[in-house]
Design a protein around this ligand. Structure first.
Ligand SMILES: NC(=O)c1ccc[n+]([C@@H]2O[C@H](COP(=O)([O-])OP(=O)(O)OC[C@H]3O[C@@H](n4cnc5c(N)ncnc54)[C@H](OP(=O)(O)O)[C@@H]3O)[C@@H](O)[C@H]2O)c1
Length: 301
């Protein structure tokens, strides 16, 4: 097969489209022919060499935590899915920027869901479900959320609001309309967080940092301590703030929960822009440009 390989850690031009051996599905795994692969900010950090500890790249090193495509091979013991089925897959071990990828976790793609939407769902939905479960936010509680305009944050808003949780979404002004449309109360980042939140409430029950690079001091204060404050990145995990758990058991069923919501229109994903799969370097360069970005999906035919 051909894949986008990380030839060395560095700038986007280290991503090279080349021939590599076909992956073989092991027991319990499926292999898909990739139609679309999602690109996320973590991919950029891995490529740049900032995450060599948690995400050591194998050889060949192929990025991509999520993809969608057609099942083309089954490992031993796989049931409930057939060759030719259209699925979306979650790839905690990476590998999505390729013509073929093997996966342990998948969900059927309904006909009404486009390839690019199917590929944009898995990693963000799984993280959003995992974060809400880890925080144990309950109906009637207040959740303070940073990054509500992002892929994970926008899904977290919708899942939380649907459960009867009030979401106060802290963000930059350009995300106001989006987070309000999804049912959150917008809190501008400019000025004092405590003052801005104070117009709605003097305390919150839980905090989710879906940005990873914000000062959580005031938010921890509003939550009465860090016990129910979760961040998605190591940069935010200090002073008692919990890093989102890792591991395959953190959000079982997340794709089965969210794909039907996406198909029915009850869950909306961020706008997407597409690049050809072979031009992952161009996609990374675009995502690294400062300023707001749409979700990027790589397409292959
Ligand atoms: N631990 C995990 O398993 C896991 C899983 C998925 C993602 N992540 C990490 O979680 C973070 C979010 O991922 P994502 O896919 O949702 O990313 P994304 O779609 O790019 O969204 C990022 C969000 O952060 C906001 N943001 C970025 N820079 C900011 C700044 N300087 N000040 C304030 N807000 C800022 C953006 O706000 P605007 O909308 O205003 O631009 C946007 O809402 C990333 O760091 C990613 O690496 C971790």
């Amino acid at each position: 097969m051909r894949a986008v390989v990380v030839t060395e850690y560095g700038t986007p031009d280290v991503l090279v489209w080349q021939e590599v051996p076909d992956p073989v599905p092991g027991p319990g795994q499926i292999r898909i022919r990739v139609a679309a692969a999602g690109v996320g900010p973590t991919d950029l950090h891995i490529r740049a060499g900032h995450l060599r500890g948690p995400f050591p790249l194998p050889t060949p090193g192929i990025l991509g935590f999520e993809a969608a495509g057609t099942v083309d091979a089954l490992g031993d013991g796989v049931a409930g899915v057939s060759i030719g089925d259209e699925v979306a897959v979650l790839l905690p071990q990476l590998g999505g920027y390729a013509e073929l990828v093997v996966a342990d976790t998948w969900v059927r793609k309904p006909d009404s869901v486009s390839w690019d939407a199917a590929a944009a769902l898995p990693a963000s939905a799984e993280a959003a479900v995992a974060a809400l479960r880890q925080l144990e936010v309950a109906p009637g509680e207040d959740l303070l959320l940073f990054g509500g305009g992002g892929s994970v944050g926008s899904i977290a808003i919708q899942l939380a609001v649907e459960q009867g949780i009030r979401v106060l979404a802290v963000g930059r002004e350009h995300s106001r309309a989006d987070v309000e449309r999804l049912g959150a109360t917008f809190i501008p980042t400019a000025g004092s967080l405590t003052d801005a939140v104070g117009e709605s409430t003097d305390r919150v029950d839980a905090v989710l940092d879906a940005v990873g690079a914000v000062d959580l001091t005031a938010a921890v204060g509003l939550a009465g301590g860090p016990a129910r404050v979760v961040t998605l990145t190591g940069a935010g995990a200090k002073d008692g703030v919990q890093l989102l758990h890792s591991g395959p058991d953190r959000a079982p069923g997340a794709l089965d929960q969210t794909m039907p919501l996406l198909a029915s229109g009850m869950l909306q994903l961020r706008p997407r822009v597409t690049y050809p799969l072979h031009d992952a370097a161009g996609a990374h360069a675009a995502l690294e440009t400062p300023g707001p970005h749409d979700k990027i999906v790589l397409l292959h035919n």
